[in-house]
Design a protein around this ligand. Structure first.
Ligand code: SF4
Length: 341
């Protein structure tokens, strides 16, 4: 891992999907709370290193580390901070309870400036530190205004709140939630999809190119949500001004992928793929495919099991439409994200 590990820069088409023979992808930037990368920036001079994120995911992305509390000038070591409810403002205050100092305005200014700067860096996602009054994404403790009583668990960190407001479509996830294999796969899938989308629109394109891009993403979208509104938009793309089309497509694409996938949705996609084998495989091979899908539906097999068999048939039958689907290779296989039942 490096924080600017561009070892995966490549001359090939940046919008292309990852394939089994070409698992390297062009440089992809992820923002991250610096302590999760192992930087000693916490209030006590410690860190909260996540080795999977730094070492495994870090082999495929370029991290942009951010520590809001250090960058706002609080130094190290520093007093611990907390969120405190305030009646006159929906945004809780960011305070240091021991000294009674209030850092809300400084953090608000910093977070807005930093979010603007980050939006110019082509980030494809952001990993934030859970529970932090600055970086947490959800369920952060908010203490009562009076200073007594138990905290509620409904806050958002003061930096992350502004980041989410400035970049509402950016995939953001907490380090803690990324230990759940399903949430991890969903997040990383969105990050790589966002990267393909950005790469596509970064180059000259025509409506017909967008149709081809959309065709490649169709099964992946199907695994998350109803892809028909996007299909309708693409079908009408020749009559929509390009800037408007890009914005509308990007919004629907990212909103669609933000809906969590699950076993039922993946099973639908697998059945859809199996439909292409109907007149092309013998009875024995078709039965084997259906047994693998049933095993996955019953949570006896990981998703990678039926997919591996299907990829084999897709390749040997030369089913080009399926071979090009990002669903088959949505992220580098070395991340082993589809190995959970
Ligand atoms: S949680 Fe955020 S503010 Fe706190 S040390 Fe980590 S990066 Fe800095």
């Amino acid at each position: 891992m490096t924080e600017h590990n561009s070892a995966h820069d490549s001359a090939h088409d940046p919008a292309a999907v990852v394939t089994e023979t070409d698992s390297q992808v062009p440089s992809l930037r992820l923002g991250i709370s610096a302590c999760v990368l192992g930087q000693e920036v916490r209030f006590d001079g410690g860190h909260k290193l996540d080795k999977y994120i730094r070492d495994t995911l870090g082999s495929f992305v370029e991290f942009v580390p951010v520590c809001p509390e250090v960058e706002v000038g609080l130094g190290m070591p520093r007093e611990t901070l907390r969120l405190k409810r305030r009646a006159e403002d929906a945004r809780p205050a960011l305070v240091a309870p021991k000294s009674q100092s209030d850092h809300s305005e400084a953090m608000l200014r910093y977070a807005r400036d930093k979010s603007r700067a980050l939006s110019a860096m082509d980030l494809c996602g952001f990993i934030v530190k859970k529970n932090s009054p600055s970086c947490g994404m959800e369920r952060v403790k908010v203490y009562p205004e009076t200073g007594t009583g138990s905290p509620s668990r409904d806050g958002v960190g003061a930096f992350t709140r502004e980041l989410m407001a400035a970049l509402p479509l950016l995939p953001i996830e907490e380090d803690g939630r990324l230990r759940d294999p399903v949430l991890r796969e969903n997040f990383i899938e969105r990050v790589f999809a966002y990267h393909r989308l950005r790469s596509f629109f970064a180059q000259p394109w025509r409506a017909s190119d967008l149709m081809r891009f959309h065709a490649r993403e169709k099964l992946l979208l199907m695994a998350h949500s109803d892809y028909r509104p996007l299909g309708k938009l693409v079908a009408e793309s020749h009559s929509i001004p390009k800037a408007q089309l890009q914005e509308a497509y990007s919004t629907l694409f990212l909103q669609g992928l933000a809906k969590q996938s699950n076993v039922g949705k993946h099973s639908n996609v697998l059945q859809h793929i199996a439909g292409y084998f109907r007149d092309r495989l013998d009875v024995h091979s078709r039965r084997e495919v259906h047994e693998q899908i049933a095993g996955y539906q019953a949570r006896l097999l990981p998703l990678v099991a039926p997919l591996t068999l299907m990829r084999h048939h897709i390749r040997s039958l030369e089913l080009n439409y399926l071979q090009e689907q990002s669903y088959l290779w949505p992220h580098p296989p070395q991340l082993m994200l589809r190995n959970h039942a």
